[in-house]
Design a binder for this molecule. Structure first.
Ligand SMILES: NC(=O)c1ccc[n+]([C@@H]2O[C@H](COP(=O)([O-])OP(=O)(O)OC[C@H]3O[C@@H](n4cnc5c(N)ncnc54)[C@H](OP(=O)(O)O)[C@@H]3O)[C@@H](O)[C@H]2O)c1
Length: 278
């Protein structure tokens, strides 16, 4: 099924992208994976590395063209490259928000637009966008990351309708906490507003613990495999605990979900403590 397929995955230097490239290549796909620094990239068996920074128009165009010249087509595109930024929304500068969206959102647009003409010509394509459960749920102190993934969800939902007539499907894979370099690579906002400090610290500690106990990236790779090999793919592929979370979010009354969510992240106690200081 995957044997004659040409796959392009962004961000294969580590984490989910790397595991997915390994898994799809092992199972027979012709695999191209992008990295930002060819000199520092560890090779992956049966994966051809391509230089690409998804924030750079020319780099994306050149990278996509080199794969198309080499393989003649791209059947499957996995938009995986991304990073997170920690900080309260009020603390996040416009510049920091722009930079994040350049990778997590506009990077996906750039590469998808570069690949779609070939997919349309061949009458076939699968586009898998690595979103997050934070593309569906709120995420205190990761708000700009949440906004970028929510934007990606809206984009993908609509894209799927526009391209379906050409034999192309767009889907969303939504991991929860996954043990990758995402926390090491996470940026922190430059501004710190003291009023948020206690609550932010508490939420950060909860997130650190959850990430340490998170899924193995191979779990996500298996879900990407399901998405790219499904004859009729679903729009949403939540991963691991995300399956339960997304059901709760859909079926539990909003007020009840809100209450449980605030409890999980200890938001009310912290807010009350702040109010008491005023
Ligand atoms: N880990 C989680 O808990 C989790 C949960 C939900 C969703 N996700 C999503 O999963 C995806 C992969 O993240 P990960 O967890 O595997 O983190 P990771 O280990 O930090 O990997 C991120 C990858 O993205 C690449 N990248 C970053 N900026 C780039 C750019 N401008 N151009 C090209 N490549 C770029 C990195 O390459 P360099 O080595 O060059 O930096 C790296 O290969 C992201 O979209 C993330 O939002 C992760």
């Amino acid at each position: 099924m995957i044997e004659n397929k040409v796959v392009l995955i962004t961000g294969v230097s580590s984490g989910i992208g790397r595991e997915t490239a390994q898994l799809l290549a092992e199972r027979g796909a012709r695999l191209f994976g992008t990295v930002r620094d060819l000199g520092r990239a560890d090779p992956i068996a049966r994966v051809e590395l391509v230089l690409m920074d998804v924030t750079d128009d020319k780099s994306v165009k050149d990278g996509a063209e080199s794969v198309l010249e080499n393989a003649g087509k791209i059947d499957i595109l996995v938009n995986n490259a991304g990073y997170s930024i920690a900080g309260a929304l009020e603390e996040t500068s416009i510049e920091e928000a722009h930079r994040l969206f350049e990778t997590n959102f506009f990077g996906v647009l750039r590469l998808t637009q570069a690949v779609l003409p070939s997919m349309r010509r061949h009458g076939y394509g699968r586009i898998v966008n690595i979103s997050s459960m934070l593309g569906v749920l709120p995420g205190p102190y990761r708000g700009m990351y949440v906004a970028s993934k929510h934007a990606l969800e809206g984009y993908t939902k609509t894209l799927d309708h526009e391209v379906r007539a050409f034999g192309i499907r767009a889907t969303l894979v939504e991991p929860v906490y996954t043990k990758t370099k995402i926390t090491t690579n996470e940026k922190t906002v430059q501004t710190a507003i003291p009023a948020y400090a206690d609550q932010k610290q508490r939420v950060m500690e909860i997130i650190e613990k959850e990430t340490a106990n998170g899924d193995d990236p191979n779990t996500v790779a298996e879900v990407v495999w399901d998405a790219v090999t499904a004859k009729s793919p679903r729009l949403h592929y939540p991963v691991g605990e995300g399956v339960m979370l997304s059901r709760l979010h859909r079926f539990v009354p909003a007020r009840m979900f809100d209450k449980q969510f605030r409890k999980r992240f200890q938001l009310d106690g912290a807010a009350q403590a702040e109010m008491a200081k005023l």
